[in-house]
Design a protein around this ligand. Structure first.
Ligand code: FES
Ligand SMILES: [Zn+2]
Length: 119
């Protein structure tokens, strides 16, 4: 079997209500990851692309957070309504969804405007 061409890592981390950083899946429903799996299956992509549950990706303030590798494209504020666009436009079409992408200045930095300058 050929190796997977892409992995979609979907943060499924939970934190207690009211936590300063929030969390991407506060009710532990894993609905977003399941929506990706379903969308991939519906398009016959599951042998090439895998949607993985991920722990905290350390972009909590931008969540729900999703990252696609090997493309290293980060998405923030992703909802179930965005799944089809990501799968159709990016995964199948090769064009990342610009409106959902995290800015480079937001990724792996201790402080960006969304993090309020502290962590
Ligand atoms: S809780 Fe999702 S990135 Fe941290
Ligand atoms: Zn930011």
């Amino acid at each position: 079997m050929a190796p997977f061409e892409k992995h979609i890592f979907v943060c499924c981390n939970q934190r207690e209500p009211g936590h300063a950083r929030g969390s991407c899946d506060p009710y532990a429903e894993e609905r977003l990851q399941r929506a990706f799996k379903k969308a991939l299956a519906a398009r016959g992509l599951t042998s090439r692309v895998r949607a993985n549950k991920a722990g905290c990706l350390d972009q909590c303030e931008h969540g729900p957070t999703v990252v696609v590798y090997p493309d290293a494209v980060w998405y923030g504020g992703v909802t179930e309504h965005d799944v089809e666009a990501i799968v159709d436009e990016h995964i199948a079409g090769g064009r990342p969804v610009a409106r959902l992408r995290l800015a480079d200045a937001c990724i792996n930095t201790a402080a960006c405007p969304h993090k309020g300058g502290s962590r």
